[in-house]
Design a protein around this ligand. Structure first.
Ligand code: F6R
Length: 258
């Protein structure tokens, strides 16, 4: 796993956006996996800038999002579809029909989830999956105890996630208790994983995920099983990494062309 420690959230966001942009430049019909939440907002802002100012072309790109709250229609202010439209899709030239966010209102969630997996397969699989990490160590909404082989399914959110996400809603009781989430197994099939992590509240979860044992109690630890995962971390989130000097040494050598 590559761990890239950045001095600021802005630097982290630009570096992560560069990885996405390089892929889209070399493979214009790339299949991108996206996450929502605060962590990738800067990355999306930078992708929008690259489109606007440097003509980065998303017209042939297909996208799949990780998750959606059960019960929220696409046009709900806190739906993840709305989040993606507002933070990215409305600002780039992606074809709306090629953007996929799980439906939170499917009458049969099970059939929907199987269909979502099939759509990903039919698109040729995900080339690059963007991830954040929850303070309980989750990726997507794969809460502690989720099988590392799990597939897209309906999940129940933990109390911790409800607390963390209450900031986006008027009150905690408005946060949906369930979500449709890609599984850890689904995520691991992406050809490349890119995680963005910022802020001191993420430091314990990040250290557990990348330096602790692989465990379903910290589903982000599954990144250790992936042959091509890169994690962009800001200074605050890197605070509890034991191997920090080593990661920085590797980056220094990479910059020097070693
Ligand atoms: C959202 C998602 C979640 C978030 C995580 C961190 O699509 O998959 O795993 O990445 O909860 O959220 P933020 O970035 O808001 O701290």
């Amino acid at each position: 796993m590559d761990v890239v420690i950045c001095r600021s959230y802005e630097e982290l966001s630009k570096a992560a956006a560069r990885v996405v942009a390089d892929l889209v430049t070399h493979k214009p019909n790339a299949v991108l996996g996206f996450a929502t939440g605060s962590s990738p907002v800067g990355l999306y802002k930078e992708l929008a800038r690259l489109h606007r100012e440097e003509g980065l072309d998303f017209s042939k790109v297909t996208t799949f999002n990780l998750d959606e709250y059960v019960g929220l229609p696409a046009d709900h202010p806190q739906s993840y579809r709305r989040f993606m439209n507002e933070h990215l899709f409305n600002h780039i030239n992606v074809t709306v029909q090629n953007t996929h966010v799980p439906s939170g209102t499917a009458t049969s969630p099970k059939a929907f989830c199987e269909g979502y997996e099939k759509q990903i397969r039919d698109a040729g699989g995900i080339d690059l999956q963007v991830l954040g990490i929850g303070s309980d160590g989750h990726i997507a909404f794969n809460e502690p105890g989720s099988s590392l082989g799990s597939r897209t399914r309906r999940v129940t959110l933990t109390e911790q996630t409800l607390d963390d996400n209450a900031r986006f809603f008027k009150k905690k009781s408005d946060v949906p208790r369930h979500a449709i989430s890609m599984g850890v197994g689904t995520i691991l099939e992406a050809r490349r994983l890119l995680m963005v992590v910022n802020g001191e509240s993420k430091a314990p979860a990040l250290a557990a995920a990348i330096e602790g044992p692989i465990t379903s109690m910290i589903t982000a630890s599954a990144l250790q099983l992936h042959p091509d995962a890169v994690v962009f971390v800001d200074d605050d989130a890197a605070a509890q990494l034991k191997m920090r000097d080593y990661y920085e040494w590797i980056q220094k050598q990479a910059k020097a062309g070693d």
